[in-house]
Ligand binder design. Structure first.
Ligand SMILES: Cc1ncc(COP(=O)(O)O)c(C=O)c1O
Length: 436
């Protein structure tokens, strides 16, 4: 029997089904500051319809449904490079150094597979994007090969501590095993408007990271999914770290910029790109995971060709920046109003990205607090406030740090909802003695 969303089986209503998305967004009474995703009103449903009509009206329509070239559709990469040169303000973006991916998550997983060996040591920011650490565990990498480097909530990874850690690692193991095509060290970073703290690594620190990467033969995987989401129009963000590497020359090969359309277009597109020096792009081309199946998400990348070509994506991104900026302002204003003068509370003020990091007095345990809030969603004083957040410990490399911190995502809701959510959060905090 033919089955379509417009003729649902009796009793099944897919549009309001629980778990229709990754997040339980079907509960209208809950304000969840967990959701690191664009809100529904920001998703480009009309653009995707336009894109599909334009792409499939072309005489070469069937190519979009064929296996794609290994590094991705040439026309898409041409248009993407043009878009990025404009958005980054950097003439050096070259389509030959872009590789199409199915988003930053799967690209990271593949990069670990391609470029590491059983002795590779992984250096991670602490706190870090929790799913990156989990992906390393999924690769069965033991904690003895993961080194946590303390991170500043404003300026990102502590470069001085990174340097000391590398010196002691190389003193312990002066000649790390040289397995062709792999790296002895991988440094995973979210250098711009990070998840979770919103920190951005300043330019001089980026230069120092590159120097260390050259010295110790490190592959720096930059999770750059927030690089284009900068809201402080008075000051541009630092250049992405890959731009400090020798992109075109033979000496380059230490930095990868791992990017995504999830935050600037639609997470459901499952589309992203890697920008990397020639040596790295050549190695990706040779990997079986790239060759078998060709370019990931060839169809979606083809849909984006007309949107990039006609500058719809530029217009959309400009719109998103305005909207996200208003949401960030709404969150910071509400936090200042309700918690600004509370002793022991530190509200970090990112200039972009998706997240605000809040530190609470040392005796507040946000893991326990979240548990109480979530359990109390049915009953109880704290739980009467239908608001959730991500506990700081989720991002801690030891699983036990940042217990007095929480991460609030501001991209999902309209400003009024954000203001209401923060009001509820302040009530939750009052109930456990913060600011009383
Ligand atoms: C730092 C970071 N990397 C990667 C992702 C996911 O990217 P993608 O949807 O492209 O897999 C997210 C989403 O929350 C993120 O915050």
């Amino acid at each position: 029997m033919a089955f379509s969303a417009s003729s649902p089986k009796e009793g099944m209503h897919f549009s309001d089904r629980a778990n229709a998305t990754l997040f339980p967004t079907d509960d209208p009474t809950l304000i969840s500051f967990d959701y690191g995703a664009p809100g529904p009103t920001l998703l480009p449903t009309s653009l995707i319809t336009l894109a599909a009509a334009a792409r499939f009206a072309r005489p070469d329509a069937s190519n979009a449904l064929q296996y794609g070239p290994v590094t991705g559709d040439k026309e898409f990469r041409y248009e993407l490079a043009r878009f990025l040169r404009r958005e980054y303000g950097d003439e050096d973006v070259d389509m030959e150094r872009l590789v199409v991916t199915s988003g930053a998550t799967q690209a990271f997983f593949n990069l670990v597979t391609i470029f590491t060996n059983p002795a590779t040591v992984f250096l991670l920011e602490d706190p870090t994007y929790f799913l990156a650490a989990k992906m390393l565990r999924d690769h069965r990498i033991p904690s003895s090969r993961m080194v946590a480097i303390e991170t500043d909530a404003e300026t990102g990874i502590r470069v001085d501590l990174l340097s000391t850690a590398l010196d002691s690692l190389s003193a312990r193991d002066p000649q790390p095993p040289d397995v062709a095509g792999t790296y002895p060290y991988v440094l995973y970073l979210v250098p711009t408007h990070s998840n979770p703290t919103g920190s951005t690594v300043p330019t001089p620190h980026r230069e120092e990271i590159l120097r260390l990467a050259r010295k110790h033969n490190i592959l720096v995987i930059c999770d750059d999914v927030y690089q284009l989401l900068h809201y402080d129009t008075a000051t541009p963000p630092p250049k992405r770290l890959v731009a400090f590497d020798d992109l075109a020359g033979e000496t380059g090969g230490n930095v990868i910029s791992n990017c995504s359309f999830s935050k600037i277009f639609a997470p459901g597109a499952r589309l992203g790109w890697i920008e990397a020096p020639k040596r790295i792009v050549d190695a990706i081309k040779l990997a079986a995971v790239s060759y078998s199946g060709g370019s990931p998400n060839h169809l979606t990348s083809n849909l984006l060709i007309p949107l990039l070509h006609d500058n719809h994506l530029h217009t959309h991104l400009t719109h998103l920046r305005t909207q996200y900026s208003a949401r960030l302002t709404a969150m910071l204003t509400a936090l200042d109003t309700h918690l600004g003068s509370t002793p022991g509370v530190k509200i970090h003020r990112p200039k972009g990205g998706y997240f605000v990091w809040v530190e609470l007095p040392a005796d507040v345990d946000t893991t326990l607090l979240r548990k109480r809030v979530v359990e109390g969603l049915q009953s109880g004083e704290v739980g009467q406030q239908r608001v959730t957040f991500k506990q700081g410990a989720d991002f801690s490399m030891s699983g036990d740090g940042c217990r007095n911190a929480l991460r609030l995502a501001f991209a999902y809701y309209e400003p009024e909802v954000i203001a209401e959510g923060v009001r509820r959060l302040a009530l939750v905090l009052r109930a456990v003695g913060v600011g009383v």
